[in-house]
Design a protein around this ligand. Structure first.
Ligand SMILES: NC(=O)c1ccc[n+]([C@@H]2O[C@H](COP(=O)([O-])OP(=O)(O)OC[C@H]3O[C@@H](n4cnc5c(N)ncnc54)[C@H](OP(=O)(O)O)[C@@H]3O)[C@@H](O)[C@H]2O)c1
Length: 317
């Protein structure tokens, strides 16, 4: 794909780049995804809904083996039945995994112990909570899922991932609006703002992505944002936005295309980058949101202290 000024203009305009318009204009320049993924094993979180279900469908259509790591296992089983009928060559298994629960994360990793090594992990599951909700341990729930759960699962599955495997984390363009907040990540001292909390978590996912890329240089470890896609999550968390933008929202398969591409395409050459529509995108649009030296080490330490996992990966301050 040749660099195009119009592509950068679309991206800078936000609405142009994030909606279906952006995808439709860029798509003619995309190489097809590999026709067959037979023999590839890919794990994906939140596979039962929205973008995750679309990714699972795209991978199943190409004959991959897919581990659907899901909290809602009934919904995941229903999807598996539907996809198995359409794509009998795919191998689909549901693995219970609640990202807010460390024991569930460990059990999911253990359940994959006897499976073939993973070629890719897609960290797709995520939430934007309009109300501040605490989990059983008193942790703010969306931080526990988006940051701590994603961190702990990636760590737990790393030994099951091929040495040259891929990790893709579905972040968000919402990240552009916020800096990392390491002083009060769970909004104990601030008035709750779910959109802001979500933006901070998605920024944190990018910081973690860069650390994973440093730790595992043989792997391709990337984050991406899907633009704005019509999913149950968006309809539930942002009903006004969903109504107003409805016709412009991407279908889920357009939003998640780049994550699937990053997970399986031979031409992906970069690691530690932030992508949308198969192109590396800037990570900072507002200067005050730029991570500061030492942030990655502080975030990592916070994740280790909260999860009891990953101490060996602690970056030097
Ligand atoms: N749609 C967009 O425009 C958009 C834009 C930017 C980024 N994203 C990101 O894309 C990802 C997918 O979102 P979506 O739009 O497809 O929303 P969605 O339809 O609500 O899907 C979210 C998925 O995350 C799962 N999940 C939530 N909490 C979980 C937990 N504790 N443990 C395990 N899984 C959990 C959900 O499972 P349950 O069914 O059990 O709740 C569901 O499968 C998210 O990370 C989101 O932040 C989406």
């Amino acid at each position: 794909m040749q660099p195009k000024y119009w592509d950068r203009w679309l991206d800078a305009s936000i609405v142009g780049g994030f909606t279906r318009l952006g995808y439709q204009l860029r798509r003619p320049h995309f190489a097809p995804l590999p026709e067959s993924l037979a023999g590839r094993h890919i794990a994906i979180t939140g596979a039962n809904s929205g973008l995750g279900a679309a990714a699972t469908q795209m991978l199943a259509a190409r004959g991959a083996r897919i581990s659907l790591l899901c909290r809602s296992t009934d919904a995941a089983q229903a999807l598996v039945r539907e996809l198995a009928a359409q794509h009998p060559q795919a191998q689909l298994e549901v693995v219970a995994c609640d990202l807010a629960d460390m024991a569930s994360i460990d059990a999911a990793a253990a359940a994959l112990a006897d499976a073939p090594p993973l070629d890719a992990l897609i960290n797709n599951a995520g939430v934007l909570n309009r109300q501040r909700e605490l989990d059983e341990r008193g942790r703010e729930q969306s931080f526990a899922i988006n940051v701590l759960g994603t961190f702990a699962l990636t760590w737990a599955l790393s030994p099951r991932l091929r040495e040259d495997g891929r990790i893709v984390t579905v972040s968000s363009g919402g990240m552009y609006g916020a800096a990392l907040n390491l002083r009060d990540p769970e909004f104990r001292q601030r008035r709750w703002d779910g959109v802001r909390a979500y933006a901070e978590h998605k920024r944190a996912q990018l910081v973690l992505t860069r650390r994973w890329a440093e730790l595992w240089p043989r792997r391709k470890v990337n984050a991406m944002h899907p633009g704005w896609a019509a999913t149950p999550g968006v309809a539930r968390s942002l009903p006004g936005f969903s109504r107003v933008m409805g016709p412009l929202l991407r279908p889920p398969e357009e939003g998640i295309d780049t994550a699937v591409w990053l997970a399986v395409a031979p031409e992906v050459a970069r690691s530690g980058a932030f992508w949308c529509d198969r192109r590396v995108r800037p990570t900072v649009r507002i200067a005050r949101t730029r991570p500061r030296p030492g942030d990655a080490a502080r975030l990592w330490r916070m994740c280790v202290e909260a999860t009891g996992r990953g101490a060996e990966g602690q970056p030097a301050a």
